[in-house]
Design a protein around this ligand. Structure first.
Ligand SMILES: [Zn+2]
Length: 90
């Protein structure tokens, strides 16, 4: 098969996978009226921290679809990326 075509098909497959992640709400913020961001492990409120270089790389590699931000939990030490439903108006 043509290498260019193969690369293109892989890109499409990757894009579909990302859409699937969004659809399944994998890594999405858990929120309700009391708290807009819960820890997935202990349900304490999470704190925003600065994004690392790796996080910014992920941000570009996911076509900026997720706008995930890095959070830490003060209770159990959980740390990771969470994304939100809304796209920010720039
Ligand atoms: Zn926690």
């Amino acid at each position: 098969m043509d290498q260019f075509l193969l690369a293109f098909l892989l890109l499409i497959a990757y894009f579909m996978l990302l859409l699937f992640f969004r659809y399944l709400e994998i890594g999405k913020k858990q929120s309700d009226s009391n708290c807009n961001n819960y820890c997935p492990d202990c349900n304490a409120a999470l704190n925003r921290v600065r994004r690392t270089k790796k996080d910014q790389l992920i941000h570009h590699f996911t076509f900026r679809m997720f706008d995930a931000k890095r959070y830490v939990c003060n209770e159990c030490g959980w740390e990771g990326l969470r994304w939100d439903e809304q796209f920010k108006a720039r």
